[in-house]
Design a protein around this ligand. Structure first.
Ligand SMILES: Cc1cc2nc3c(=O)[nH]c(=O)nc-3n(C[C@H](O)[C@H](O)[C@H](O)COP(=O)(O)OP(=O)(O)OC[C@H]3O[C@@H](n4cnc5c(N)ncnc54)[C@H](O)[C@@H]3O)c2cc1C
Length: 389
């Protein structure tokens, strides 16, 4: 059964409008996966249409979509290999903080560059010794007149090597309650004393970094809200990070790709493989229904709460299982070959192009059960909600 049955005529019209925009932007070829040129063209089209900041409130230039429209948007763009929004962490994660807690001057200073994708942001939260237990962070900021002097280290910082700015949690006081004494700072990555060194991940990519701060002087005007209130602001940001991590659109794409590949190779006729693929599809459809149900509830004014943990946990499990099935479908051609590898000894690719991506995608998929709160942390949240402990 398709959920289309529940869409109104206006929703169908909106979906046609979305498809029309995609077709008009890419008249000669369908968009290719993760392609900088296509992404720039897409961003220009979104700006022209007024849809670039599609999750922002109307007051700040958002289109004011309903939850259903946002859902249709996400499905249609992902199915077309296009990002639902351009602008990375600035657009998706920092902007909501600026709306809620930034001063009018900070909003005017940072939002236009985020919207235009002129400045890239990275998230400086995790540290060695402060991941799941984030409140244990120790990077210190000492006030000296009109600047904070920052000393310490952040780790797993995605995209820090490409970022112009970092939104960062620092400790400005040692309080008995760890959450108190944390402050939210915006740090210009070109400030003297900021060093970025790469961490190469298991899929051969350079996405992560270690960032150190050695006497980094940050103007007090770059502080969001009040000193010592950073934890409250960051908690709001994490909710934004966790909602929408069910990966259903991505999994639907993977499923279609696996089915096509396995049909071509004949693997689909093997009962064992076909049965596992089918079981996964059934679970994925159930997850899709759960996601839709949550969406309707949120639209009706309920907070998603522990449901977003459930969606993330199950979504992660399915995306990982699908990447395993994809590797199986690719067979020996999925042997390690990393499309974006920095290693000089990278082996030469063999076999069909689609198959070569799968080892990297499989390995990349492992990170999903860690990023944005580990599986164990999601289970803890769910247990607390259900058992009320
Ligand atoms: C793809 C990806 C991108 C990331 N990007 C960024 C980024 O841009 N910026 C940033 O700041 N961070 C980023 N991170 C870091 C991420 O936030 C942390 O990895 C995550 O919070 C877990 O922390 P940790 O790695 O220190 O593991 P730990 O917290 O040390 O956990 C180790 C193990 O112990 C388990 N564990 C910990 N506490 C409990 C508990 N209370 N109960 C049960 N089990 C527990 C965990 O589940 C895990 O299995 C990224 C991580 C990934 C994978």
């Amino acid at each position: 059964m398709s959920m289309d049955l529940d869409f109104t005529a206006a929703d169908h019209a909106f979906r046609d409008e979305v498809r029309g925009l995609i077709a008009a932007t890419f008249p000669d070829h369908p968009p290719r996966e993760k392609n900088a040129e296509d992404e720039a063209a897409w961003h220009r089209a979104l700006i022209a249409k007024g849809w670039a900041a599609n999750k922002w409130p109307v007051k700040f230039g958002g289109p004011g979509w309903t939850a259903t429209q946002a859902f249709i948007w996400e499905r249609e763009t992902t199915a077309a290999n296009l990002p639902p929004q351009v602008g990375g962490m600035g657009m998706g994660m920092l902007a909501p903080i600026l709306f809620a807690y930034g001063s009018p001057e900070q909003q005017a200073r940072f939002l236009p560059d985020i919207l235009a994708d002129r400045k890239r942001w990275c998230q400086g939260y995790s540290e060695p010794g402060a991941g799941s237990d984030l409140a244990s962070l120790r990077t210190a900021a000492r006030r000296e007149g009109e600047v904070y002097v920052v000393e310490g280290e952040k780790v797993w910082t995605s995209g820090a090597h490409l970022a112009d700015w970092m939104f960062c949690l620092v400790r400005t006081a040692t309080e008995p309650k760890k959450q108190a004494g944390i402050t939210f700072l915006l740090i210009d990555m070109t400030t003297p004393g900021v060093s970025v060194s790469p961490i190469i991940s298991i899929d051969g990519r350079h996405a992560f970094n270690r960032v150190t701060f050695d006497g980094v002087r940050v103007p007090v005007e770059n502080r969001i809200g009040e000193e010592g209130q950073g934890w409250t602001y960051a908690k709001g940001l994490l909710t934004h990070e966790r909602t929408g991590q069910a990966y259903v659109s991505l999994s639907l794409n993977l499923l279609a790709g696996i089915r096509a590949a396995a049909t071509e190779s004949g693997l689909i006729r093997e009962t064992g493989f076909a049965s596992r693929l089918m079981t996964t599809e059934i679970e994925l459809r159930a997850l899709e229904m759960t996601e839709l149900r949550t969406l309707w509830e949120v639209a009706a004014g309920d907070a998603p709460g522990a449901q977003s943990s459930m969606l993330k946990l199950k979504g992660t499990e399915l995306v990982q299982r699908l990447t395993e099935l994809y590797v199986e479908a690719a067979g020996p051609y999925a042997a390690p070959w990393f499309p974006a590898t920095d290693w000089p000894q990278a082996p030469q690719p063999v076999g069909p192009a689609w198959a070569r991506l799968e080892a990297a995608r499989y390995l990349e998929g492992r990170a999903a059960s860690i990023a944005g709160g580990t599986d164990e942390i999601q289970r803890n949240i769910m247990a607390k909600a259900v058992l009320r402990i």
